[in-house]
Design a binder for this molecule. Structure first.
Ligand code: ACO
Length: 330
């Protein structure tokens, strides 16, 4: 039986930091309000020239270095993003070229905040069915380019960044289970209304910006994290106590805390970086994972539950054992 395991991880954040105090100078908000309602203190924002591909490229290189693999080893590239560089080619292909990887499949997955985990699920399936042996899974986003910086209801929430993992074929299970879902019923609750097919109208009030029904998204996100965690654990005939670390999509500290409470999981077993990164959509889970692995506290052979929720709605989970073999990352 062939399994997939995480062999390396890397991430990248733009150097430019925008604090809540910076936002106080440009809109009617306060550091106190933002911290209280979201837990966010600051976010990294891409400057001119920094793109989804340029950030994803650096994260990918760091993940490859940490796995000890080169361009010739990579036989699949999947990028989760809602903010591609161009309409086409896929940003995964742009990164592929810059990495010097030749010939393997490379494509984007568009599942909003669930993009990285959707990509991880796909790459896991490729490896388990012997369609790939070493896959690069990236989440990279420039959400600042679809953020309405005049709208205090959304502008305070988002940031830019990228994270990546190298998945490698293994005799022992790293990834224990994945679950992947969507329900298009909720299209209107979280969306950017413009696009290629419906048309772009930059003069239209609001522009091509993220719009959301914050309260409804909040409730649905909390319920979904609870459901998918229980579904994943039950599928493995396990128990929530088996999870050493819960690594949820970093949307908002209140969502993370409410989900953890519902799951009866103490916050000291939950990875939260939303205070420093804000919501980076598809990049948030690999970014959080890289911080928690790089600086501690995640230890080798611990069991992690990753869970994402995003526009669509889409949601996805991955239960995995980190660093199973002797050639462990980092
Ligand atoms: N600063 C100050 N006041 C604000 C701000 C702000 N940045 N934004 C809104 N307010 C005001 C509102 O105008 C409102 O004022 P009013 O009472 O005078 O009308 C008041 O604060 C309360 O507004 P609510 O929208 O009810 O505030 P709420 O407590 O629901 O918090 C928030 C809003 C943070 C957006 C919350 O609904 C939320 O976290 N939703 C989840 C959405 C989310 O995280 N989305 C991310 C994308 S989805 C994903 O990643 C899964």
């Amino acid at each position: 039986m062939t399994y997939a395991r995480i062999a390396g991880i890397g991430s990248f954040l733009p150097e430019k930091v925008v604090t809540n105090q910076d936002l106080e100078t440009t809109m009617d908000t306060s550091d106190e309000w933002i911290r209280e309602r979201t837990g966010i203190k600051r976010r990294h924002i891409a400057v001119d020239g920094e793109t989804t591909s340029s950030m994803g490229l650096i994260a990918a290189r760091r993940a490859m270095d940490s796995a000890g693999v080169g361009p010739d080893d990579i036989d699949l590239i999947v990028l989760g993003t809602a903010t591609p560089d161009k309409i086409f080619p896929a940003t995964a292909c742009i990164i592929q070229r810059q990495l010097g990887v030749k010939g393997c499949p490379a494509f984007d997955v568009h599942a909003a905040c669930s993009g990285f985990l959707y990509g991880l699920d796909l790459a896991n399936r490729f490896i388990r069915t012997n369609g790939a042996r070493t896959a690069l899974v990236i989440g990279s986003e420039t959400l600042s380019r679809i953020t309405d910086w005049q709208d205090r209801g959304t502008a305070v929430l988002f940031g830019d960044g990228a994270g990546a993992v190298v998945l490698e074929a293994s005799d022992e299970p790293g990834i224990l289970a994945t679950h992947i879902h969507a329900d298009g019923e909720y299209e209107e609750l979280l969306q950017v209304e413009q696009g290629v097919s419906v048309g772009f109208d930059v003069t239209r009030a609001g522009g091509a910006y993220i719009k959301m029904e914050g309260n409804a998204v909040f409730r649905r996100a909390v319920a979904t994290f609870d459901n998918i965690a229980r579904e994943t654990v039950a599928d493995l005939d396990g128990h929530l106590d088996d999870i050493d670390w819960f690594v949820p999509h970093q949307a908002n500290m209140r969502i993370i805390k409410a989900a953890a409470k519902k799951l009866n999981m103490p916050m000291d077993r939950v990875v939260a970086t939303v205070d420093e990164h804000a919501n980076t959509s598809g990049a948030s889970i690999p970014l959080a994972l890289d911080v928690a692995i790089g600086d501690g506290p995640i230890q080798r052979r611990q069991t992690l539950l990753l869970a994402a929720f995003g526009a669509g709605f889409t949601w996805c989970s991955a239960m995995l054992r980190y660093g199973e073999r002797a050639s462990e990352p980092k």
